[in-house]
Design a protein around this ligand. Structure first.
Ligand SMILES: *Cc1c(COP(=O)(O)O)cnc(C)c1O
Length: 389
């Protein structure tokens, strides 16, 4: 049997294609979870499938004892798109953030002479489930039961620049944040806050690290969310959508930090394996296309506008917010009944914290599918009734 670590929906999945997911019995859902922001191009995307199948014919794995030409190629695409200097490949979001944390600590020590570096993160953030990344995460529920936790993290209130300034001292190595908090409730940071924070970090020589595990790979209407915010991070992490379902993560950093991760400093057995790289290369070729990114912005705005139009006067809807195709509906009560009701009506969406319905359609979603989903969501919220008002 499995560890009962997940609270699972009562669907036994069998097959996926594009925006659709089927169960074993042949029932079909419009999948606006995208496998948790992983299958951004839709399930079983034909060009990613072809690239992986082709790679399976030649080489699956050789280890990082060797030069892996596909790794160099994908790193080249990522550095070209991001403007950063180098890439370390791993297998998940938590591992990408672990790499970023390790890099920040080593850089603080070697470049600034800091002996006990710490990293500042925000309340409501989510950075992963390893010991370091759950300590970085600004949510108590993921830490419960796992003490003792590693040192070197300071959490400050969401969007509070004064609190950041107060938390900073001579030992501050980095500030790390998601530009739109995903798991924490689909909360986009205010653009002027992000700009001020990035400038402040630059002035003080503190690394500005952006966790793009959920917001990256086209999700917000640009390849990286930092482009939509107009800021230049020192370190960026990726995973989820990078392989469209083939596990792969990446940590990228600016050129000055590259020598900090010299030979022997960090490693991952599977990291950047040829099959994962074949998937990532095909995904990047698709995700960078202006038509796809344009579709994300267009359908994202349509989704936000229509949801607001249909739901803004509902007494149980507190706020509808998002960026690109990462959208949330915050309710005044538990979101689970709305999510279940949508599922019964043929639409899969997710929670983000107890009161937010998180909507993550594949980036290839059409206008008709957006409209259908909004209709289902409006009905599902209406089914809550307005009792008690
Ligand atoms: C999902 C997520 C992670 C963790 O990724 P895993 O692949 O589950 O380790 C980290 N950061 C953010 C922003 C995420 O959304």
């Amino acid at each position: 049997m499995l560890f009962p670590t997940y609270q699972r929906y009562d669907i036994r999945v069998a097959k996926g294609e594009g925006v659709w997911l089927w169960d074993e019995a042949g029932n079909r859902w419009l999948d606006f979870t995208s496998g948790l922001a992983v299958c951004n191009l839709g399930h079983c995307h034909p060009r990613v499938k072809e690239a992986v199948q082709k790679q399976l014919e030649t080489l699956w794995h050789a280890s990082n004892l060797f030069h892996i030409p596909l790794q160099e190629e994908v790193a080249g695409i990522l550095t070209e798109l991001s403007g950063l200097g180098a890439v370390f490949f791993c297998n998940s979001g938590a591992e990408a953030n672990e790499a970023a944390i390790k890099l920040a600590r080593k850089a603080a020590r070697e470049l600034r002479g800091i002996e006990r570096p710490h990293i500042i993160t925000f309340q409501g953030s989510f950075h992963g489930r390893t010991l370091a990344t759950l300590t970085a995460t600004g949510q108590e529920k993921v830490k419960k039961g796992f003490a003792p936790l590693p040192e070197g993290f300071v959490t400050v209130p969401y969007g509070d620049l004064e609190a950041v300034k107060q938390a900073i001292d001579g030992n501050t190595a980095a500030v790390m944040l998601e530009l739109v908090q995903g798991e924490g409730g689909v909360r986009p940071f205010d653009p002027s806050f992000v700009e001020d924070l990035s400038l402040f970090c630059r002035e003080r020589g503190i690394l500005f690290m952006v966790d793009e595990v959920q917001t990256g790979m086209g999700r917000t209407g640009a390849v990286f969310a930092f482009e939509r915010y107009g800021v230049t991070p020192d370190v960026v992490t990726l995973a989820k959508g990078l392989g469209n379902g083939i596990p792969v993560g990446a940590m990228m950093a600016k050129p000055e930090l590259v020598p900090v991760f010299g030979p022997g400093s960090h490693a991952s057995t599977f990291g950047g394996n040829p099959v994962a790289m074949a998937a990532a290369k095909a995904v990047l070729q698709e995700v960078r296309r202006p038509e796809l990114l344009g579709n994300v912005r267009k359908q994202g705005e349509r989704l936000l506008d229509f949801l607001r139009e249909k739901l803004k006067d509902h007494p149980k809807v507190k706020e509808i917010r998002g960026l690109g195709l990462l959208v949330g509906i915050e309710l005044t009560e538990e979101a689970a009944p709305v999510i279940q009701s949508a599922r019964e009506r043929g639409l899969l969406v997710l929670p983000a914290g107890p009161r937010v319905v998180r909507i993550l359609p594949p980036l290839i979603v059409t206008e008709e599918q957006i409209d259908r989903a909004v209709e289902i969501l409006a009905d599902s919220v209406a089914a809550l009734g307005v009792a008690g008002q």
